[in-house]
Design a protein around this ligand. Structure first.
Ligand SMILES: *Cc1c(COP(=O)(O)O)cnc(C)c1O
Length: 332
């Protein structure tokens, strides 16, 4: 059974453009790469998280939550978007962040603070071992003060957040019809799995005939296979849906994590610089740039040979760039 869309707020600038990277694609010599500009969902609300948060905040308002609590790294795009949208909607925002408070707040962290988020800095090891308890602690603390707080999971990835990219799959289908193209693959960075789970469900629900290909920027194949399954199971349970697993396309290219999450090597930084000067589009080192650099390598290796059009989703992340100012300058 295919469920109906739940309530949604209009927070992102949609539809986002789908534009061809003609010069860059010619240099690379593979299919024409179309960039889905989800970095243009907003200026402060740039990136893929805003699509998920349209459904998450609609749920929060409908259920009379007055606060949200979320979590992530110090440069979390998701946390910055959550803080900004909470301020726009008049909700309180508490962020549980992984790491010590830096001497100078930069990029996403600076913006989250500016938007008034109440921030808890948690040493890395404690964060890794106790995240659920830390979130629950904050929820109880707010409850004692008379506040009802919704806990939003890492990256907004769960059965509710996946609606953002279920809807995005429908938007892509409209784009393809309007432009008269039929790309066989839609490629994107996978971090917490919600974008990929949403696109997989959305392609199935909308009858979009394209393979969904994640390139992971952390963890590994098994982690994502399990995490995506968990988000889809959560979605089925919440909405009484029954997924036909045979019809879902799951594909993950594992091999471009490099030194680890949040670490970008020379090939990633050079690829970001090359795209920026060839097309005037800027990717980030943690997600979109790491995945795009992986995609370019795969194209050079012939993975998408013979395909005429291919889509890469620019999932945003521009503010994360500022934390890499030294290493980026070194490749210019
Ligand atoms: C969070 C994020 C991703 C990954 O999306 P998930 O749904 O967490 O897999 C990709 N790109 C950017 C810029 C992000 O902030």
């Amino acid at each position: 059974m295919k469920p109906a869309y739940p309530a949604r707020l209009s927070l992102a600038q949609l539809p986002t453009p789908l534009q061809p990277l003609d010069r860059f694609s010619a240099l690379l010599g593979g299919p024409r790469i179309w960039l889905k500009r989800d970095d243009l969902t907003g200026s402060l609300c740039t990136g893929n998280k805003v699509r998920k948060l349209e459904f998450i905040f609609a749920h929060a308002l409908a259920e009379a939550y007055d606060s949200v609590i979320s979590c992530g790294g110090l440069q979390s795009n998701h946390c910055r978007a959550t803080a900004v949208l909470a301020a726009q909607l008049g909700l309180r925002c508490v962020l549980v962040l992984r790491g010590e408070q830096p001497a100078e707040a930069d990029g996403n962290l600076l913006l989250a603070r500016l938007a008034g988020a109440d921030i808890r800095y948690i040493p890395v090891q404690d964060y890794q071992q106790q995240l659920p308890a830390l979130l629950e602690h904050e929820r109880k603390r707010l409850a004692k003060a008379g506040s009802k707080a919704l806990v939003i999971p890492t990256g907004g990835s769960d059965g509710l957040g996946v609606w953002g990219y279920i809807a995005a799959a429908g938007e892509l289908q409209q784009d393809f019809r309007r432009l008269g193209i039929a790309p066989r693959h839609i490629v994107h960075a996978s971090g917490s799995g919600g974008t990929q789970a949403g696109l997989m469900l959305g392609a199935w629900l909308h009858g979009l005939d394209a393979g969904i290909v994640g390139i992971n920027v952390c963890d590994d194949y098994d982690y994502f296979a399990a995490k995506i399954r968990q988000d889809i199971d959560d979605w089925q349970q919440r909405y009484g849906a029954a997924v036909d697993w045979q019809q879902l396309s799951f594909s993950l290219i594992d091999g471009y994590v490099g030194e680890g999450y949040g670490q970008a090597g020379q090939p990633v930084l050079q690829c970001i610089a090359e795209l920026a000067r060839t097309e005037g589009v800027i990717l980030d080192p943690v997600y979109s740039g790491k995945a795009f650099s992986g995609l370019c390598q795969e194209i050079r290796n012939g993975r998408f040979a013979g395909e005429s059009d291919l889509v890469f989703i620019h999932t945003g992340g521009i503010y994360g760039l500022y934390a890499f100012r030294d290493s980026i300058q070194a490749v210019l």
